[in-house]
Design a protein around this ligand. Structure first.
Ligand code: ATP
Ligand code: MG
Length: 234
């Protein structure tokens, strides 16, 4: 990630993005955001403020009407419901879908094992997916992102459907991955849970299609308590 001179290139730079849905609904306008360094960065905002649309634009699923997205990192989306993301019946077979093409069978086995090891699921390589807990499924979805070579994780309320222990499990994992050396990941994590703010490197509020400045997580938490809407608080 080396840039020119002494200043490394930021992992993500979004400049004046605009997006309208085909029905004319404006989702983003003059949306600017810079992630200054690898780490865990959180976005909060009321329902409909444009958070999910922004992640879809950064991932390349949607194309902006105006503005630019600069990143040298490969992005991967992780959704709220892992059942929408996991396609094949076993952990191993599902992970194979994420691996780069052209690997020999032994390389595929090794890459799948390494991805599962990074998310703490080494013992479950042959497990049918329907037997996993919600937190394990979410960790498997993250393993798929890692197996694909992604270094920019875009997580859209990844803990919204999980019980408190599983929420912590997924948050701990992303913390670890964003602090690992070498090559710490960059994660942009959308949440409605104020308590998660205590674990981030910076948090910003999204309002009416624009992202505010990065704040210390605890500062934003105090400012927002309680959020005007959203499914979960706490
Ligand atoms: N497929 C779609 N077609 C038309 N409008 C959409 C579509 N998806 C989202 N929108 C609209 O775009 C705006 C931004 O929605 P978005 O889903 O990005 O918000 P959000 O911040 O993720 O909300 P939430 O917290 O409820 O997930 C809203 O006005 C929403 O109604
Ligand atoms: Mg959303």
């Amino acid at each position: 990630m080396a840039g020119s001179g002494n200043s490394p290139r930021p992992p993500l730079q979004v400049d004046r993005l605009a997006y309208s849905w085909p029905n004319g609904q404006i989702a983003l306008q003059h949306c600017t955001l810079q992630i200054p360094r690898p780490g865990l960065w959180m976005l909060l905002g009321t329902n409909g403020s444009g958070k999910s649309t922004l992640l879809r634009l950064i991932s390349g699923l949607l194309s902006p009407r105006q503005g630019q997205i600069h990143t040298a990192l490969k992005p991967a989306l992780v959704f709220q419901n892992p059942d929408h993301q996991l396609l094949l019946p076993s952990c191993f077979s599902d992970l194979l879908l994420s691996l780069p093409t052209g690997l020999a069978a032994s390389e595929r086995q090794l890459a799948a094992e390494q991805a599962l090891e990074q998310v703490g699921l080494s013992d479950l390589i042959r497990r049918p997916i329907h037997t996993l807990s919600g937190g394990q499924k979410q960790r498997l979805a993250i393993a798929g992102a890692l197996a694909s070579g992604a270094e920019l994780l875009l997580l859209d309320e990844p803990t919204a459907l999980l019980d408190p222990d599983s929420q912590d499990e997924v948050l701990d994992l992303i913390r670890t991955l964003t602090q690992r050396q070498p090559r710490p990941l960059t994660a942009l994590w959308i949440t409605h849970r104020l308590r998660e703010l205590d674990r981030c490197d910076g948090a910003a509020l999204m309002e009416r299609g624009q992202v505010g400045p990065w704040l210390d997580g605890a500062t934003l938490r105090n400012r927002l308590s309680p959020l005007p809407d959203g499914p979960a608080k706490g």
